[in-house]
Design a protein. Structure first.
Length: 236
């Protein structure tokens, strides 16, 4: 499994908003600017077959209409699979309305799978077993992290909670929200990451980084923590 970090930043940084691409075909989150960034980095839009959205904040799903429209322009017949929290059909319709993207028939070009239950595995493309785990992102409910093939864990945006530990314990490597120096209700901090690492020998990759957090992490050089740049990739 090849994993590419399309973006590693939070909103208020020069870095692309957090987004992960698995095997060039499964996107986890498609934030503002992600569509253009995929093209700049040389990825082929026709290879992207599925998107798993963690929650409905703009820096996690705002570029979905552009990806759908590009696939439509390429005359791709296979619908884009979208895994997302309950209410996705209405949220996506509203997003297309806001973008004035109703001048083409986009509905047949997507297949929306709304998450019914946390922990209930979803199988797609005959190769990915995706387990959504509900996390704690303040008052926004539901928000999810994902475990893919019992190998790759992604926290999405979340404060520290038992769900984060579950994702860590059931994956080989975890890409984790590390927004702040000190963790808060909606986002984890360096203190939370240190705690997660103290109880495990697994690697964690920091993402959703503010610039000050990124620099602090680079200076601390924490064992088993990777502080990536946009475009970082690895294989597991």
């Amino acid at each position: 499994m090849r994993v590419d970090l399309i973006g590693t930043g939070s909103i208020y940084t020069k870095y692309n908003s957090a987004s992960t691409l698995v095997n060039e075909e499964l996107l986890i989150d498609i934030p503002n600017g992600c569509h253009k960034q995929l093209l700049k980095m040389g990825y082929k839009i026709e290879k992207v077959k599925a998107v798993a959205i963690t929650h409905f904040h703009g820096d996690h799903f705002a570029d979905l209409p552009f990806l759908v429209r590009h696939r439509f322009a390429l005359k791709l017949l296979e619908p884009l699979i979208i895994i997302a929290p309950k209410g996705a059909k209405e949220q996506i319709k509203r997003l297309f309305d806001v973008y004035n993207s109703n001048d083409f028939d986009w509905k047949p070009t997507i297949n929306i799978i709304e998450i019914e239950n946390s922990g209930e595995e979803i199988e797609i493309l005959d190769k990915y077993h995706i387990k959504p785990i509900e996390v704690a992102h303040g008052d926004l409910k539901p928000a999810y992290g994902y475990i893919i093939n019992n190998t790759l864990g992604l926290t999405g945006d979340s404060g520290i909670c038992d769900a984060i530990r579950e994702i860590r314990d059931n994956s080989k490597i975890m890409i984790a929200d590390t927004s702040f120096r000190q963790g808060k209700e909606m986002h984890m901090g360096i203190d939370d990451i240190k705690d997660l690492l103290s109880n495990s020998n697994k690697n964690i990759i920091a993402t959703h980084l503010r610039d000050t957090t990124r620099e602090a992490l680079k200076n601390e050089k924490i064992t088993n923590l990777i502080v990536p740049e946009d475009g970082y990739y690895f294989e597991i």
